[in-house]
Design a binder for this molecule. Structure first.
Ligand SMILES: [Zn+2]
Length: 437
């Protein structure tokens, strides 16, 4: 096993101990592929140490991630008229997603390299996972997230990270993570970090070895930025070339999915090249498909997952005609149950207006501030958000939030006299209050 990172653009190689996260040419670095899938007796993903580039580092960090069950799902297969389905249940990881596999290798590298701080750009899950493992290893962790993030993810991150910054967009969080993370003794953590990819590969390795002598006909992988799908494709195309990998994207056009869907996956081009080469393909699922998948998983197999965690099962519903004769099918599910009560409420109470149940972190905070402090001008709320909650967005976007909250009838405008002047303030409505209680 060569413990190296190779640039996909120019082919330059770096030892893993260099701690490099990007090539000098700006290209993506990928860890060396293992020659065989050998497992040893060690905790967490370190049972794959013989295949991991991070095994060169001695100060290993683990929370017993990985080794998740491959659950046989005969009732789901019957319902969809498919031959045989297995669900690789990644929700059993310490923070509820496959990302923990990558966080274990990443934080191990960071600690062994004597780094003091990780700076993570996240839409939710990556920040929670990296902050979890940083705590474990005694490293500092800053997380930068878009301000529209799902509130429950924001609260989890606040519990675990040393500092949190909310910015306008995911793109801005990525560029800030690269900037701050390039300071001495720091490392930027974006989905492109090669030390994450290293741990992600163990998921495909487990799928192949769990099935023993059989090989999966199809593996369905959820795609956000595509890092997991890329890592999975690399392993599957090398060790099981006849298996088809299908990447499943959540449609950003669906209101319920728009906060978690990624419009331009960072790995889009690399994934396309590898898929064209190996016969895999991508499919997109919408909100209705995912809601159906959540219900089917609960009804058939007694499993509850998060919204994005069910996308790969949603794709199965869509593709059931095409996959009629394929066996076995492996679908990856991820995300802890009941992490997002708003989503569960929407799924259970059909017909309930959806916009009411799904507001992001900034809107939730605006409502909380108005509930606590009474009617306020958006400018005053903007200042409180900035100074007390680290929400670093423009005044214009706060006005936009107010206008949307007004449309949802969660706030209403009122006039306040200040001496002879009258000014427009906003107060929370009863509906707004019922949402934050
Ligand atoms: Zn390069």
């Amino acid at each position: 096993m060569k413990n190296e990172l190779t640039c996909v653009e120019c082919g330059r190689m770096y030892p893993a101990t260099s701690g490099r996260v990007k090539c000098v040419c700006g290209g993506q670095l990928v860890p060396t592929l293992p020659r065989s899938l050998r497992r040893v007796n060690a905790p967490g993903i370190w049972s794959w140490e013989a295949t991991l580039v991070a095994s060169v580092f001695s100060e290993r960090v683990t929370l017993y991630e990985g080794n998740t069950p491959l659950v046989h799902a005969p009732k789901l297969a019957k319902e969809l008229n498919l031959k045989e389905i297995y669900l690789k249940d990644e929700s059993r990881n310490p923070s509820g997603t496959f990302i923990d596999r990558g966080s274990a290798t990443l934080v191990t590298a960071a600690r062994s390299l004597r780094l003091a701080r990780l700076v993570t750009a996240s839409l939710g899950d990556l920040g929670v996972s990296v902050a979890t493992y940083s705590r474990r290893a005694g490293l500092r962790c800053k997380v930068i997230m878009p301000s529209y993030i799902t509130p429950v993810k924001a609260y989890q991150t606040a519990m675990l990270a040393d500092s949190v910054e909310y910015v306008e967009s995911y793109k801005e969080s990525l560029s800030k993570a690269w900037k701050y993370g390039s300071a001495p003794a720091s490392m930027p953590v974006t989905p492109q970090n090669p030390f994450l990819l290293d741990g992600y590969r163990t998921l495909a390795m487990e799928i192949l070895t769990d099935l023993r002598t059989r090989k999966p006909g199809v593996v369905l992988v959820p795609v956000g930025d595509g890092a997991l799908a890329y890592a999975t494709l690399q392993i599957i195309s090398k060790f099981s070339p006849d298996t088809t990998v299908i990447g499943v994207r959540a449609s950003s056009k669906s209101p319920l999915l728009k906060d978690v869907a990624v419009d331009h996956p960072l790995f889009a081009d690399l994934l396309k090249d590898l898929m064209d080469h190996s016969g895999g393909y991508m499919i997109e699922v919408g909100e209705d498909d995912v809601v159906s998948a959540l219900k089917l998983l609960a009804k058939c197999e007694g499993m509850l997952t998060e919204l994005t965690g069910a996308t790969a099962v949603a794709a199965l519903i869509k593709l059931s005609d095409d996959l009629r004769s394929t066996s076995p099918i492996v679908s990856i599910i991820s995300g802890g149950p009941a992490r997002d009560p708003a989503v569960l409420r929407t799924v259970v109470s059909e017909g309930h207006p959806r916009y009411l149940t799904r507001i992001g972190f900034t809107k939730m905070k605006i409502l909380e501030i108005l509930a606590l402090q009474g009617p306020l001008h958006p400018y005053a709320v903007w200042k409180i958000l900035k100074s007390e909650y680290g929400v670093n967005v423009s005044l214009r976007s706060i006005y936009q939030h107010f206008s949307e909250l007004n449309e949802m009838r969660l706030v209403e405008s009122a006039e306040e006299r200040e001496g002879k002047r009258r000014r427009k303030v906003f107060r929370i409505t009863d509906e707004g209050l019922s949402l934050i209680r």
